[in-house]
Design a protein. Structure first.
Length: 451
């Protein structure tokens, strides 16, 4: 994590193959910054990510389509079956009671009829007996008023028994003992039993709940078809926007690549690399289903329709090759310095460290390298490790790296030098005696000129 964060703060240039500038993603970002297409590149990345998400969802829907259709068919059949049966809460208890009554219809009618006959039937029925008894108690009450209560009680009993007789007669007439009704009730009970067993429901209420759940799932699956249509529409809209933005980005990169190549070529010549040239390669992969640009169709990604890579041809007649394949560490440092100089105003890394950038150069070239470093330093903090006085003299501040024995061990120290000590160290880099006037005058002239 620290490495990823610090790459955005400090960039090292030397004999390191893991430098940020050697990575294609960083090269693409730098080209976009140089071409002024950074915001457009971010828009392309956003659209590409959105389109990729839509396509992933569409692919998932397509893979699940066969299974979905099968599930829809199954659910639709089950839901229709339950909805056709139209079970009601509490229906089981009602059917059980109805079936029990229908099964004993004849017996119920016989018992009610016999009870009625016993109450109001032929001579000797209870009603006739009570009427005779009523006459006796009424006469007794005439003779002894104290017994009037018995007659009254019997009168009430006779009325109650009369009501019972009438109800029994009506009940007997209302009894339904039709076998067809019993068969229909039993058939309904059997249907509910089968549906409960089929859907692992303990009660009719559970069956109703299962039907509701399946209906909801069916509705969701049927909406997936609508979602597929929505995704296709969204894909078309996103693809059109991506094609427009990616096309403009490709145009901007083409123009930016030409300008960057020209700017770096001038700087490479000044840095002693003669006819060395930078090639900004824009690699596009043909794809019949891709984005149309300049009469062809190309595959796309969040980076657009091209991959960006910086190639270098250090010498005439040599094919351009990736920066990582430059053999000389000093040569690589100068190439990166030329690129950094051209990109100084747009590169966002605040601190640049150049190590061994002076390898294999001297004289006039060293002065040019120093000027390029000062140009870059107008936009960045630049730290240079060097053994060349021409380069050291161009710096605003000097740090001296020394090794010395301390307590039986060799210790490296870094300290700031200024004033006369600064002149002495530049003289030492010139290879002269720092105590001789000619060496000091030369060093002072370099520091005064600041290349």
């Amino acid at each position: 994590m620290i490495q990823e964060r610090t790459e955005r703060w400090v960039e090292l240039h030397g004999q390191h193959e893991d430098q940020l500038l050697l990575r294609r993603a960083a090269q693409r970002e730098l080209l976009d910054a140089f071409a002024g297409s950074g915001e457009l590149a971010a828009r392309v990345a956003e659209l590409a990510e959105g389109l990729a998400a839509v396509e992933r969802e569409s692919e998932e829907l397509a893979r699940a389509e066969a299974e979905r259709e099968s599930r829809i068919g199954y659910l639709r059949a089950q839901v229709v079956e339950i909805q056709t049966a139209a079970p009601r809460a509490g229906e089981e208890e009602e059917l059980e009671s109805e079936a029990r009554l229908l099964a004993h219809g004849e017996e119920r009618m016989r018992l009610a009829g016999e009870a009625y006959e016993a109450l109001e039937g032929a001579d000797g029925a209870l009603v006739s007996v009570l009427a005779s008894l009523q006459r006796r108690l009424d006469r007794l009450a005439e003779l002894d008023p104290a017994t009037a209560g018995l007659a009254e009680r019997l009168t009430g009993a006779r009325h109650e028994i009369g009501d019972m007789a009438r109800e029994l007669a009506g009940y007997a007439d209302s009894v339904d003992h039709d076998p067809a009704c019993l068969a229909a009730a039993e058939e309904r009970r059997e249907l509910l039993f089968r549906l409960k067993r089929k859907h692992a429901a303990n009660t009719v209420e559970d069956l109703i709940e299962a039907g509701g759940s399946m209906a909801a799932e069916l509705a969701g699956l049927e909406r997936a078809t609508v979602r597929g249509t929505e995704l296709e529409s969204a894909r078309g809209a996103l693809l059109a926007k991506l094609a427009e933005s990616a096309g403009r980005l490709a145009d901007a990169r083409e123009a930016g690549a030409d300008r960057l190549e020209a700017a770096v070529r001038e700087r490479l010549a000044a840095l002693g690399m003669g006819d060395g040239r930078l090639v900004v390669a824009l690699d596009r992969r043909p794809d019949a289903q891709g984005i149309a640009w300049s009469g062809e169709r190309y595959a796309w990604s969040r980076a657009g329709i091209e991959e960006v890579s910086f190639l270098i041809a250090p010498n005439p007649g040599e094919a351009a090759r990736p920066l990582t394949q430059i053999a000389s560490g000093g040569e690589l440092s100068r190439v990166l310095l030329a690129i950094k100089s051209a990109l100084a105003a747009v590169d966002r890394v605040p601190t640049l460290v150049f190590d061994e950038i002076d390898a294999g150069i001297g004289g006039v070239v060293a002065h040019h390298v120093a000027r390029q470093l000062r140009s870059v330093a107008e936009h960045h903090q630049v730290v240079v490790v060097t053994h060349l006085a021409q380069i050291a003299a161009a710096a605003d501040r000097h740090l001296l790296v020394e090794k010395s024995p301390v307590g039986g061990r060799t210790v490296t120290t870094v300290r700031a030098v200024s004033g006369d000590e600064r002149v002495r160290e530049v003289s030492r880099l010139l290879g002269g005696d720092p105590d001789r006037d000619v060496s000091r005058h030369h060093a002072e002239a370099l520091l005064a000129g600041r290349s």
